[in-house]
Design a protein around this ligand. Structure first.
Ligand code: SOE
Length: 380
């Protein structure tokens, strides 16, 4: 069946610009979805770099002002893949112009910003989604299915961490391309919004809402050269962030994120312990789900290492043959496929802006708790 074209205008050409563009380009090769994304325009302030990106990925045109992109009649969906301080204004303008909006995580730099964005997309009734891609690792989606089927029973514990080590050097500057994540004005926060946000999104998807948190953060390097101002500036982001949490279902949780765990590049892991069974997952071994079921016959009971590559595993019937793995970039392709299916069927593709607002409320509460030293409500 002929697919309807869906004209994409992307803002940003960095790491996320590439993951999203790859997803738009690949989705029709593997998924039978009702739309065919057309790479209409890439927008970035640097015309030269935008042009190079457009040539490499096959975008038809280049814009240097996102306002022009948003006004263009030939664009259906605005995809925001630019730094966090741009999300709010672009998303609101796009929603007002009646465009669908896809936005990189975190939605806003704070829950207050995110709320405005939610109000804009809901008022305009435009399809919207935030790129929390790890939900769509097949093993993580399978974890969701197992939990929803009640395989784990009552859940007691949720444990997550996201460890990196790329900012340990005190000589690393802050600000500008590639390093805006260290500039609090641009990023909003450090690892809390960048890494914990992933853990929180997955956690609330799998285990329901978080009610209260008690957090602590640290900024190990207090001052760094700033690439934009050219001066040494105070570092405003959190380098490490840990928190305890209570979920609405009564389970207890611990979360940790840091860029100071020497030896770890992107170690995202979680473990969930239920009355009947436990599951564990590790991004560095992303196609495996560890599963322990206490109801197994005692003599052979133990942790099973499930290889999530078979045709009856989530998304896997769309890829190669059983036993062959997929990776990180596929999670973005899955997300586009689900988005296009939802739009075609008049349904909602999660995580919506409203779902991402809930995550931002938790990250705000963690940062607040780190300041006050008190337990804070996570859904204010
Ligand atoms: C940070 O290094 C980062 O790129 C995050 O911004 C991404 O969201 C995460 O998936 C990988 O790490």
């Amino acid at each position: 069946m002929a697919k309807k074209p869906l004209n994409v205008g992307i803002v940003g050409y960095g790491f996320m610009g590439r993951t999203h563009s790859n997803a738009f380009s690949q989705v029709n090769h593997f998924f039978d979805v009702p739309y065919r994304p057309v790479l209409k325009a890439v927008c970035a302030r640097d015309a030269g770099k935008a042009k190079t990106f457009a040539e490499q990925w096959g975008y038809e045109s280049v814009e240097t002002d996102w306002r022009k992109l948003v006004e263009r009649k030939d664009i259906d969906v605005i995809d925001i893949a630019s730094p966090n301080d741009t999300h709010h204004d672009i998303a609101i303008a796009a929603a007002k112009a009646g465009k669908m909006v896809m936005c990189e995580k975190p939605l806003g730099r704070s829950a207050a910003e995110s709320l405005k964005m939610v109000e804009a997309v809901e008022k305009s009734k435009v399809p919207n989604m935030v790129w929390y891609n790890y939900r769509r690792v097949p093993a993580v989606t399978l974890a969701k299915q197992l939990i929803d089927e009640g395989k784990l029973g009552r859940i007691f514990h949720y444990r997550a961490k996201f460890l990196q080590d790329w900012t340990i050097s005190k000589d690393l500057p802050q600000g500008g391309q590639g390093l805006w994540r260290l500039d609090v004005d641009v990023a909003g926060s450090g690892v809390t919004g960048d890494l914990l946000a992933h853990c929180i999104d997955t956690a609330m998807w799998l285990n329901g809402g978080i009610t209260k948190v008690s957090g602590m953060t640290e900024t190990f390097i207090k001052e760094r050269h700033h690439n934009i101002t050219g001066k040494k500036e105070v570092v405003g982001i959190d380098d490490a962030s840990l928190f305890l949490a209570r979920f609405a279902n009564g389970s207890l949780a611990s979360f940790e994120a840091t860029r100071y765990a020497r030896g770890h590049k992107a170690l995202y892991t979680f473990e969930i312990n239920g009355e009947n069974a436990s599951i564990a997952w590790d991004l560095h071994d992303l196609h495996r789900l560890q599963y322990f079921d206490h109801r197994d016959e005692g003599r052979t009971r133990g942790w099973r290492s499930l290889h999530i590559t078979d045709g009856d595993h989530p998304y896997m019937d769309k890829w190669w043959v059983p036993g062959l793995q997929i990776g990180y970039e596929h999670t973005f392709i899955h997300q586009v496929a689900d988005f296009l299916d939802a739009v075609g069927g008049g349904k909602v593709a999660a995580p919506t802006f409203r779902d991402a607002l809930a995550t931002d409320r938790v990250t705000d509460a963690v940062l607040k708790s780190a300041r006050t030293g008190q337990w804070e409500n996570a859904n204010d």
